[in-house]
Design a binder for this molecule. Structure first.
Ligand SMILES: Cc1cc2nc3c(=O)[nH]c(=O)nc-3n(C[C@H](O)[C@H](O)[C@H](O)COP(=O)(O)OP(=O)(O)OC[C@H]3O[C@@H](n4cnc5c(N)ncnc54)[C@H](O)[C@@H]3O)c2cc1C
Length: 323
């Protein structure tokens, strides 16, 4: 039997990849022809930072997220294993202590230690937390790598399902028609070119009102993210959010003052009430959804769970239907 996967965002592409690894035939359906700017995955920062996420996320995210970097590398994505840094402005230094108490997997750096990684950051920040085992990737390259891998195995994105069958629904926020407890959490981002800035790895700036992270993309290009607003609105980034993101970047490193703004973007992250992703079965359909701010971090683990569930369901079918 061929399994139909709806949605070619990070959830759908990871699930298709994982099902093929288990020898299960798949067809991939996305009316947009995805992956592309109509999906949330297009706008992500690509941080694979399970320990940092532990500051606000469930321990399940920290544990399962540690598998992500290896999975992505094996799937052909360019994964950079340079760790990540967390800093704060001097007046907010208690924020760094709070972050350190709530997370693991870090070492504390004083100004000299930070200067060893980035002298410019050390000019403005007296201490930092370094998470040496964390990684990052460029989401659009990673999505292309998965799509290309699927194409090589004969699976291309179709606009509609040629035949119904066992369905894995990875439509992100569009699945609210069947999952009414799914909500949108809006995130806005910017891409800048700042040739004078040289961050060694993703950096988070803790700030009571405008927390920010910056992910280096190479060649002087940086992704700035992200707002987190309780809204399913998917329209363009707002002036207020852009001002806050850019001001925070400038506070982190004044070198951003001369940056070119290459791109502004926004989308709504699909999230369940507890912000935890799930593989669940409802009315004969398997759903992979609720990836919230952990799409690239958690899609590999969810894809494995989905593959195990699909295998179990295929074994339940009478032999003539499973051939
Ligand atoms: C600004 C921002 C920054 C982020 N940064 C990070 C980060 O650093 N690290 C991280 O891990 N996560 C990050 N995220 C979260 C991550 O982007 C999401 O969790 C993830 O993209 C959700 O993926 P998805 O596949 O569920 O949904 P989507 O990417 O939205 O994919 C759903 C797909 O379903 C398709 N579809 C819709 N209707 C149908 C239909 N009827 N039939 C078939 N297909 C359909 C759509 O066209 C789309 O391609 C960020 C998100 C934002 C907005």
């Amino acid at each position: 039997m061929t399994v139909t996967i709806l949605g070619a965002g990070v959830a759908g592409l990871c699930t298709a990849t994982e099902l093929l690894r288990h020898g299960i035939a798949v067809q991939l359906v996305d009316p947009s022809g995805g992956p592309g700017p109509q999906g949330c995955s297009w706008w992500a920062g690509g941080m694979l930072a399970p320990f940092c996420e532990g500051e606000s996320a469930d321990p399940q995210i920290v544990a399962q997220g540690q598998e992500a970097a290896d999975w992505w590398q094996q799937a052909g994505a360019e994964v950079t294993r340079a760790g990540s840094l967390v800093v704060t402005l001097q007046r907010d230094r208690q924020e760094l202590d709070r972050f350190a108490r709530r997370t693991s997997g870090h070492v504390r750096l004083d100004r000299d230690g930070l200067a060893g990684l980035d002298p410019v950051l050390a000019d403005r920040h007296a201490s930092a937390l370094h998470f040496p085992t964390e990684a990052h990737l460029a989401p659009r390259q990673a999505l292309s790598a998965l799509r290309d891998g699927l194409t090589r195995q004969g699976v291309t994105v179709q606009p509609e399902a040629p035949a119904p069958g066992l369905t894995v629904d990875c439509r992100g926020l569009a699945a609210r028609d069947l999952l009414p407890d799914l909500r949108g959490v809006r995130g806005e981002m910017a891409v800048l070119r700042a040739p004078g800035v040289t961050l060694p790895c993703p950096v988070r700036l803790l700030h009571p009102r405008h927390p920010l992270y910056i992910v280096p993309r190479g060649d002087g290009v940086f992704m700035l993210g992200a707002t987190q607003i309780e809204s399913a609105a998917r329209g363009p980034a707002t002036l207020r959010s852009v001002v806050e993101l850019l001001s925070a970047a400038y506070a982190l490193d004044p070198g951003f003052g001369e940056a070119e703004v290459l791109e502004l973007g926004a989308d709504a992250r699909p999230a369940f009430p507890d912000n935890l992703p799930r593989v669940l079965e409802r009315e004969g359909r398997i759903h992979v959804n609720g990836l919230f701010r952990h799409g690239f971090l958690m899609a590999p683990a969810l894809a494995r769970q989905a593959a195990a569930l699909v295998l179990a369901k295929l074994k339940e079918l009478p032999p003539c239907r499973s051939s």
